[in-house]
Design a protein around this ligand. Sequence first.
Ligand code: SF4
Ligand code: SF4
Length: 165
Amino acid sequence: MLGEILKKEDCAACRFCCSFRRISLWEVPVFTKENIDAIKENPTLDESALTVIIKDGCTLAKYDLSGNYKTKDADEEVPCPYLGVNGCLLSDKEKPWDCKIWPLRVMNKGGEIVVALTPTCPAVNRLEFATVKEFVDTHLKKDIIEYANEHPFLIKKYRSDFPII
Ligand code: SF4
Ligand code: SF4
């Protein structure tokens, strides 16, 4: 979603948001029923990577990377099972919303639903916060909040190191 202000070459050289340290496992994306069904219909994708969860009557899925670490190094990163050599293997229908809005997050801060910025995206961190905020406020915020309110299971608990937009 921030494609207009992020450079493609930054992401090609990074892929940080498609791999996870142990401390970031809470960031593993949530797949909706629509994502799961689309992945099941695609014979090139491994649906067994997903663990289905029923939450508040909604069918969701996540993948569990906790057993994939090979060392005790806290900085070891384990890739998403849908990360291919040329980037994400998923189509728009298959890709989780969490990935589409990254590095934005919708969070619940004491009952208030806010859009916040993940502090670890190097490309976004090279931009002025005011530039990112203006772009999000103008083009994205309303739709993001609306979608999150319709899919409350996608809303994360607020973390104090995430600047609010
Ligand atoms: S962390 Fe930021 S720079 Fe790196 S791949 Fe993700 S969006 Fe691109
Ligand atoms: S689903 Fe795609 S965009 Fe999301 S973390 Fe995996 S590889 Fe990255």
